[in-house]
Unconditional design. Structure first.
Length: 66
């Protein structure tokens, strides 16, 4: 009986880990969509800017986020 109990606790731990990973994937997907929206809005406000400017902004935004 002890081995059955042990197995079920391992299964529940594994399913918890899967759920946490799914939650994390959803959150990171939402975050990257949010970032893309911000970049699009910023470039629309600024009009045409060079690729280098855009790269610098992206790097600065990344620095603020982390």
């Amino acid at each position: 009986m002890a081995s059955i109990g042990g197995t079920s606790s391992v299964d529940s731990t594994f399913s918890d880990m899967q759920k946490q990973e799914q939650d994390f994937q959803i959150k990171s997907l939402e975050f990257s969509t949010f970032q893309d929206g911000n970049k699009a809005a910023m470039s629309a406000v600024q009009g045409k800017s060079s690729t280098v400017d855009t790269m610098c902004q992206t790097l600065r935004q990344g620095a603020h986020v982390s």
